[in-house]
Ligand binder design. Structure first.
Ligand code: FAD
Length: 418
């Protein structure tokens, strides 16, 4: 793999930028792999990378029906944080944040991780109580989170409106996680693809999995795809909004619903929003990209669907909220909007586990908030596949928790979990 460094970039620039290699090999499917990963999003790519890097399993293929990163990985608003309420969740997401902190160096690829702080606004007494509870719970779990007054929120994010007389939902304070922030989502997919490919992983695009084969014992034996049949010792399904469809191929019914979730970006502005601001109560979140666009996220549609676009009224509602919080942005024009299909579990926590089918593993249910988990999810899923048992951090995130009632109920804790 060609190494990126300041020296190599200057040397290539002096040579008219000739001689850069392709970032990863465009592989054709082999007849057999030790592990097949279904889904070339960030989580699938990260899983393959850690399988090769940490477990020495390099005969691995990632099968992606479209192009890598073309699912939710390339469609999200890139918010990264770990201040979830329950200890299980905080440990899971903080494992990811710790990996984010060294990811560019690990991959030798600039994923533009920017810990600019995530500020979650409180608009009523209930919000204040919930966020203070989060702050205390997080601190007990060793995860940073702090309470700010309304004025302190304004000091941290100057364009924020805190004049209660002009607002429908006044800002009463906020919870701030300073280690939270954003990263460049395409770079995450490309960085993992490049590093995994360099370790021998085959990245196979335009290859849709259409069936999962099982032998007489019930264990998986391979997959059928639009590019032919492939034998596999183990199969990891990481297909986000399409997980139910893929798992149904193995005869498993998942506790998931798939909803459209949308985002939009504005015309580019000078740097004006220094952090990420989220409001769960009025369903809007905003940050500013390095290109200057305001990146704005909305809530899910009310109805399940597989269309990668959301309802216009949802975007309207979100922009109402943004204009209430940031009156200066009322005349900013929106450039693009799009949607992704998010897979939502009843307790809004993911499933990262073995299944009852030998050799079949599933990583799903990240819903509206899985981008932040990408490195941690891949790392733990690789452990689960390689050792055929979960890592202690993902051990609680089973499918069986919905049968046994051992929920990790972030839905009740926060209403939304971006
Ligand atoms: C608008 C929006 C905003 C969001 N904002 C945030 C945010 O700010 N912060 C955050 O943490 N999270 C956010 N998320 C959620 C986050 O994007 C996802 O949880 C995360 O990207 C999931 O990653 P993944 O790799 O599992 O899925 P994906 O990137 O969707 O990858 C799954 C892949 O599987 C492929 N696939 C499906 N079926 C098959 C098949 N049969 N054969 C082969 N391939 C198949 C798909 O083509 C897809 O590429 C947001 C999501 C959306 C849509």
């Amino acid at each position: 793999m060609q190494k990126f460094s300041g020296f190599s970039i200057i040397a290539k620039a002096l040579g008219s930028n000739k001689g850069w290699q392709a970032q990863w090999r465009d592989a054709s499917p082999k007849s057999r792999y030790d592990v097949v990963i279904v889904g070339g999003g960030g989580h699938g790519l990260a899983t393959a990378y850690y399988l090769a890097k940490e477990h020495g399993i390099r005969n691995v293929a990632i099968l992606e029906k479209g192009w890598i990163g073309g699912g939710n990985t390339g469609r999200n608003t890139t918010i990264i944080r770990s201040n979830y309420l329950f200890e299980e969740s905080a440990a899971l997401y903080d494992h990811a944040v710790k990996l984010w902190e060294g990811l560019s160096q690990d991959l030798n690829y600039n994923v533009m991780f920017s810990p600019r702080g995530v500020l979650m606004l409180a608009h009523n007494i209930h919000d204040i109580q919930v966020f203070k509870r989060h702050v205390h719970a997080n601190r007990l779990a060793g995860v940073d989170n702090e309470w700010l007054s309304a004025q302190e929120c304004k000091d941290y994010c100057p364009p924020l409106n805190i004049d209660a007389s002009t607002m429908r939902y006044p800002v009463l304070g906020g919870a701030l996680q300073r280690r939270g922030g954003t990263a460049r989502h395409d770079a995450v997919a490309w960085g993992y693809a490049r590093a995994a490919s360099a370790l021998g992983v085959d990245i196979i695009q335009n290859c849709e999995v259409t069936a999962i084969r099982r032998g007489a014992s019930g264990a998986v034996t391979g997959v059928e795809t639009t590019r032919g049949a492939i034998e596999a010792g183990k199969i990891g399904v990481v297909a986000a909004g399409n997980t139910s469809v893929v798992m149904d191929m193995a005869g498993l019914r998942m506790p998931l619903e798939s909803y459209p979730l949308q985002a939009l970006v504005s015309e580019p502005l000078k740097p004006v929003v220094p952090c990420v601001v989220m409001s769960n109560t009025i369903h809007a979140y905003i940050s500013q990209s390095d290109k200057g666009e305001l990146v704005i996220g909305a809530g899910t549609d009310a109805y399940t669907s597989y269309t990668q676009r959301g309802g216009l009224h949802i975007a309207n509602h979100t922009l109402d909220a943004i204009c209430d919080l940031f009156p200066d942005f009322r005349r900013v024009r929106m450039l693009r909007s799009w949607g992704g299909i998010v897979d939502v579990t009843p307790d809004r926590s993911p499933i990262l586990a073995k299944t009852t089918v030998p050799g079949l593993y599933v990583n799903c249910g990240w819903g509206t908030g899985g981008f932040k988990a990408t490195p941690g999810s891949g790392n733990l899923f690789a452990h689960t596949i390689a050792r055929d048992e979960p890592h202690p951090i993902n051990a609680p995130f089973t499918i069986e928790r919905f049968r046994d009632g051992v929920l990790i109920d972030e839905a009740a804790a926060a209403a939304v979990a971006h």
